[in-house]
Design a binder for this molecule. Structure first.
Ligand code: GLY
Length: 422
């Protein structure tokens, strides 16, 4: 099988490793790819406009791809899957209409309301709203304000605060940038990321994971794209995954089919597990980053064959997924000043381990590895216990040096210490 994978982050590095390990794969091409992916696949660093449907079509044709796997949301929302499918390619990733589940939070709310899925109460405020309208909307929320950029923000457009002034300032910034704002009621309870393979009405869950979105230990500081993750979740009730599938993912998949925008690809349900069970915080139309790096570290089912089955409408014919026993933890090493404007070009040393997944890295003219993005790399550890998996990740991370680099030291720690209960 000749595969084209689209994307350049640590998520795509994890996907590339999974795809390359499938004996059915004969060629793996990744656009644009990154330094780590370049060690196991043909990369196309010059192709950065991955949201340009014509560019992606031309590359898929040149490669004569048997399967195109689209990693990030931006090409999906831009309709790259649509044009590839219309030219006969098998594509893993939803069409533009279905990708609105992430691209428009208002669309996602509408689908959930129709499907009877539990989620936060929400109100949209559109650009051009007067100061009075902004205040009137804020009056309906609090004491915890959840203010979301109702567009694509890569997980970074959300501010959760008890300070009304901070909430108002974020609303104004998003509206000023020309995007609508979604105000939401706060959902209490530990967060769960459940990734499901969805092929029409067939839904197959992967292992449940938890992301750590704040930049600092003890969930302090601003939100990021994700600073680390672990899976599975020892604190989740035994029927937790099945409840999310039955109460959230299957009803949404059926509603999408009923609306004529059948979903094909990865549906990421971001949930809070409250007193009454799961409620949806958000949906994404692709694998999550950094959870994927942990989840795929335990998947034993050949990945390319599995994604090809979704892309060709045969997921219901696949055998049950196989998983390694134990746990996986991934920890993100971020650049100086991330999640603000990250400093680039710092030398990275000690990152040769096979447990490293590259994200914002590059080779300088001298050949040395340097930082080239906010989230620079991830380290993945696995082990029989969550404690062991954490130790494995942190011991490799301790060998890596990046001036000004920072990481959270408490990824998965509350779960290890039994501090999460539902
Ligand atoms: N883990 C957050 C995201 O992928 O959006």
């Amino acid at each position: 099988m000749r595969i084209l994978l689209i994307g350049s982050g640590a998520r795509e590095h994890a996907l590339a490793l999974g795809l390359a390990a499938d004996p059915a794969v004969t060629e793996l091409h990744v656009a644009p790819g990154n330094v780590g992916i370049g060690e196991i696949a043909t990369i196309y660093p010059e192709i950065t406009a991955v949201d340009n449907p014509d560019t992606m079509l031309e590359l898929a044709q040149k490669i004569n791809a048997d399967l195109v796997v689209i990693g990030p949301e931006i090409p999906l929302v831009a309709g790259v899957a649509d044009i590839l499918r219309s030219h006969g390619f098998a594509v893993f990733g939803p069409n533009k209409d279905a990708a609105r589940i992430e691209g428009s939070k208002a669309f996602a709310k509408d689908v959930m309301a129709a499907a009877g899925v539990k989620t936060a109460h929400a109100e949209q405020v559109v650009p051009g709203a007067t100061a009075e309208e902004i205040d009137a909307a804020l009056d309906n929320f609090g004491p915890n304000f959840v203010v979301k950029d109702d567009g694509l923000a890569g997980g970074k457009g959300v501010v959760v605060t008890t300070d009304r002034k901070t909430a108002r300032a974020h609303m104004e910034a998003v509206l000023h940038a020309g995007n609508p704002v979604l105000l939401e009621s706060f959902l209490d309870g530990p967060e769960v990321s459940l990734f499901c393979l969805v092929d029409g009405e067939t839904v197959v869950p992967l292992l449940p994971a938890q992301d750590h979105k704040r930049v600092g230990d003890n969930d302090e500081g601003p939100n990021t794209g994700g600073m680390g993750a672990y899976c599975p979740l020892p604190w989740l009730p035994e029927d937790g995954v099945q409840r999310i599938v039955d109460e959230v993912c299957v009803p949404v998949a059926k509603e999408m089919v009923a609306r004529g925008c059948s979903y094909s690809g990865l549906l990421y349900a971001g949930l809070a597990w409250g007193a009454d069970g799961p409620a949806v915080v958000e949906f994404n139309c692709r694998f999550g980053d950094p959870e994927t790096q942990a989840v795929l570290a335990l998947l034993q089912t050949p990945l390319a064959t599995l994604l090809h089955a979704v892309a060709t409408g045969t997921l219901d014919k696949q055998p049950p997924l196989e998983w390694a026993d134990g746990f996986a933890v991934t920890v993100v090493l971020a650049a100086h000043n991330y999640p603000g404007t990250p400093r680039l070009g710092d030398a990275i040393t000690g990152a040769e381990s096979t447990q490293v997944r590259h994200a914002g890295t590059a080779r300088a003219a001298t050949g040395e590895l340097v930082s080239a993005g906010g989230r620079v790399l991830n380290v993945v550890g696995t082990g029989a216990t969550l404690f062991d998996a954490r130790n494995s990740a942190y011991s490799v991370l301790s060998q890596i040096a990046l001036p000004g680099g920072h990481f959270r030291s408490d990824i998965a720690l509350p779960a290890v210490e039994g501090r999460i209960s539902v």
